[in-house]
Design a protein around this ligand. Structure first.
Ligand code: SF4
Ligand code: SF4
Length: 323
């Protein structure tokens, strides 16, 4: 959010210390500190010289941070649409200088499903809605099965982006493929185009309604959700902006995930916090991508499932989860 305080006031330029004192006394009296709802959409109260209010000014009702309804002059209300546009623009551009990559070590996955739970919690998904899921794989009758976590592969050459008719899904400069649910028309062309079945359609009303009421849409989190649109793994773009590892990477107790920057040739394990050279990790462990023959150029790498579980039990530790 833009915290810049507006000083524009056609009648009373609020620049002097006296003006600042007046504003402070107003805040003290009413506790008016945050966002407010006004006619025509969301708005933010930006400062108001209470003592110099004129009776014939155009007044609007706004809510204070402690839920009191007060009247303030309309010219003191600042539309926040510009801030939302800035956030959306930032979200579409991505983090300059980075090329994010994920490495998933299949030898370490025990289907703990903490990654799934962390992801579902962050993105307000139901237990049967997935941005990342752990699949049970088996190549032949004679080989032991193994678990394979599968998020969006954040393809460098993403077929999903090419088919979107309204530019709702796009690839950023840091390699992350995102969806703008405000633009998405729910045609599901992208769902059909993705060879990794990484996208999901929101058939139901959002899981969290009350808690997300009044929240601005975050393009890097896909929250609040919108029924009738598509979502998928975002590589936790909101966490990367804060310098943190993705939700799934941090939540795994078994050291399955490493995440980092291809430009720096380094990835950090979310469990052990050890940092490795990406090129060495892939070379020394036989790293590979899913279906490279398609030319999609995934940004997710897998390390092969060595030391497979021979006493393999297929069960979900989440009681109410549909698998
Ligand atoms: S995995 Fe699917 S949804 Fe993700 S970028 Fe590639 S094609 Fe698009
Ligand atoms: S479902 Fe949404 S994101 Fe996917 S192609 Fe259609 S408009 Fe684009």
């Amino acid at each position: 959010m833009n915290n810049k305080k507006s000083t524009a006031d056609p009648d009373n330029s609020i620049k002097s210390q006296e003006g600042a004192d007046s504003r402070r006394s107003f805040f003290k009296r009413f506790g008016l500190v945050g966002a407010a709802a006004a006619a025509g959409g969301a708005a933010i109260y930006s400062g108001y010289n209470y003592e110099e209010t004129k009776p014939n000014r155009d007044m609007v009702k706004v809510l204070t941070a402690d839920n009191k309804l007060v009247e303030v002059p309309r010219d003191q209300i600042k539309d926040v649409k510009v801030d939302v546009a800035r956030m959306t623009k930032q979200g579409r551009e991505g983090l300059a200088g980075h090329r994010w990559v994920m490495v998933i070590d299949l030898a370490k996955c025990r289907n703990a499903r903490k990654c799934i739970q962390a992801c579902q919690g962050a993105h307000h998904l139901r237990p049967y809605e997935y941005h990342i899921n752990t699949l049970t794989m088996q190549e032949s009758e004679n080989t032991a099965p193994y678990y394979m976590p599968k998020p969006c592969q954040h393809c460098d050459n993403p077929p999903c982006v090419a088919v979107c008719p309204v530019d709702a899904t796009f690839k950023r400069q840091d390699g992350i493929v995102l969806i703008d649910n405000e633009r998405c028309i729910g045609c599901r062309f992208c769902v059909a185009a993705c060879p990794y079945s990484a996208r999901m359609f929101h058939w139901e009303e959002p899981l969290v309604v009350e808690g997300d009421k009044g929240k601005e849409y975050n393009i890097e989190l896909n929250v609040p959700q919108k029924k009738g649109t598509v979502s998928k793994c975002l590589f936790s773009a909101d966490r990367l902006r804060e310098g943190k590892l993705p939700y799934c990477v941090s939540a795994c107790p078994n050291g399955v995930y490493s995440f980092g920057d291809e430009n720096q040739d380094s990835v950090t394990n979310g469990t052990t916090k050890e940092t490795h050279r990406l090129s060495e990790l892939l070379r020394d462990n036989g790293g590979y991508q899913l279906m490279p023959e398609l030319g999609t150029k995934p940004r997710v790498y897998y390390l092969p499932p060595k030391n497979r579980l021979f006493e393999f039990k297929e069960e979900s530790p989440i009681a109410n989860e549909k698998v």
